[in-house]
Design a protein around this ligand. Structure first.
Ligand code: ZN
Length: 142
């Protein structure tokens, strides 16, 4: 993992001091929306019936700035997310995409599709409604 610290070297009167200087981490997020239907057969309430949501997907990538001063080109990130997730799920019955399409399982599927497509994700948040979302972050090593 690349170091997130830079070092400032100051020379004065023959002495050299090395000082760690914190560098802010940079992340970029693209947001997408799509409409889709699902039903949750196990649900005791009305979610067991076929219904639709206006989903919102926030995809965040973190990393160092490249020679152009960007973590990733927004257009490049957007193209991958649209190709791998949004275009596949928009105006679809999500029960035909995965079994038991809860927001959690959809978020995990989106994470897999995007990492397999080469994105190094820092976070992924799938909003099922305006006030309910699922967030995934990279697994931590222990
Ligand atoms: Zn639902």
């Amino acid at each position: 993992m690349p170091s997130e610290a830079a070092f400032r070297i100051a020379a004065r009167r023959g002495c050299v001091s090395v000082q760690a200087v914190a560098v802010p981490q940079t992340s970029v997020t693209c947001t997408f929306t799509f409409e889709a239907a699902h039903r949750l057969a196990w649900h005791p309430g009305k979610c067991r019936n076929l219904h639709g949501h206006s989903y919102r997907l926030d995809v965040t990538v973190r990393g160092p700035l490249d020679a152009n001063g960007v973590v990733v080109d927004f257009d490049h990130l957007s193209d991958i997310v649209r190709r791998e997730v949004v275009d596949r799920w928009d105006h679809r019955d999500l029960n035909e995409v995965i079994d038991n399409p809860t927001a959690e399982l959809l978020a995990h599927r989106a994470w897999s599709l995007l990492t397999e497509a080469g994105l190094s994700l820092d976070a992924l948040r799938l909003w099922e409604t305006n006030d309910s979302s699922v967030e995934l972050t990279p697994a931590t090593e222990s």
